[in-house]
Design a protein around this ligand. Structure first.
Ligand SMILES: NC(=O)c1ccc[n+]([C@@H]2O[C@H](COP(=O)([O-])OP(=O)(O)OC[C@H]3O[C@@H](n4cnc5c(N)ncnc54)[C@H](OP(=O)(O)O)[C@@H]3O)[C@@H](O)[C@H]2O)c1
Length: 250
């Protein structure tokens, strides 16, 4: 089995690559800026007994034709090294804050050209090559349903991903390809508590389990949804947030 994971040089993408390797996939490790991080992810995949290749691509492009080309080149490079993937995880996404008063057209465009557009293009292109039984997992966010202040274009783009999952699942179901979303809550990482103590404290207070989720918990869900064990699941987004979204919120 073969998988491609975008944005896999660290964070959640690395955990997903490792979980898919443990499930028996060779893994294409896509990255943009962090080649050392991608190498470290690939080394973990190899340590799990699978093959890995690192694949560089900046998915943010100014014109649509370039987006089509960059996505096609990325998939072709992965295929040449490891074969056609039966699992693709679309995890790469811009993440920066924009104050409401600074929310100009360029800020909106950043999330279209670097987030929504390449995710949608990669989904269509990858699914077109996939064997029957293949799956695409799109990494969304709890902000797709509950946006935070200063995250407006991020949250709007993540909401659009949930709709993309529904729409694409209908198009691809007849071809035997499933499309599923995963919406993580706050994901723990080294230094998060120090960098954002008040945010983590608020999350702990709201989440039913009293903590953020770990990258491994989200990755295990991605690996399950990508697998044949989830053969009846398509067109929906599964929340992994330690119960944060179950809180009444008032
Ligand atoms: N961390 C959380 O609490 C959290 C919560 C909910 C959802 N998520 C989602 O989880 C996913 C992974 O996030 P993370 O927390 O692991 O953060 P991260 O480590 O910053 O991962 C984001 C990845 O996307 C890549 N990327 C961004 N723009 C790109 C572009 N134009 N072209 C190619 N790659 C690009 C980044 O590459 P570079 O490193 O080269 O920039 C990076 O590898 C994202 O979809 C994020 O929205 C995260």
């Amino acid at each position: 089995m073969t998988a491609l994971v975008t944005g896999a040089s660290g964070g959640l993408g690395r955990a997903v690559a490792v979980a898919l390797a443990a499930a028996g996939h060779d893994v294409g490790v896509h990255y943009r800026g962090d080649a050392d991080g991608a190498d470290a992810t690939a080394a973990e995949v190899v340590a799990a007994g699978r093959r890995a290749v690192t694949l560089h691509a900046d998915l943010a492009t100014d014109d649509p034709a370039a987006c089509d080309r960059v996505c096609a080149d990325l998939l072709a490079a992965g295929e040449e090294a490891l074969g056609v993937p039966d699992v693709v995880v679309l995890n790469a996404f811009p993440q920066h804050h924009v104050a409401w008063d600074e929310l100009d057209a360029a800020a909106w465009d950043d999330y279209h050209r670097g987030g929504l557009r390449p995710t949608a293009v990669l989904l269509r292109q990858a699914a077109a090559r996939m064997p029957v039984g293949g799956s695409v997992v799109v990494v969304g966010s709890i902000e797709g349903s509950r946006p935070m202040p200063t995250h407006t274009p991020y949250a709007v783009a993540k909401a659009a991903l949930e709709h993309l999952v529904r729409a694409a699942a209908q198009e691809l179901g007849p071809r035997g390809v499933r499309v599923v979303g995963v919406a993580p809550g706050l994901v723990a990482r080294d230094g998060l508590e120090e960098a954002w103590p008040e945010g983590v404290a608020r999350y702990r207070a709201a989440a039913a389990l009293g903590r953020p989720v770990t990258p491994e918990e989200v990755a295990a869900t991605v690996a399950f949804l990508a697998s044949g064990d989830a053969s009846g699941i398509t067109g929906t987004t599964v929340t992994v947030d330690a119960g944060w979204s179950a809180a009444p919120g008032w």
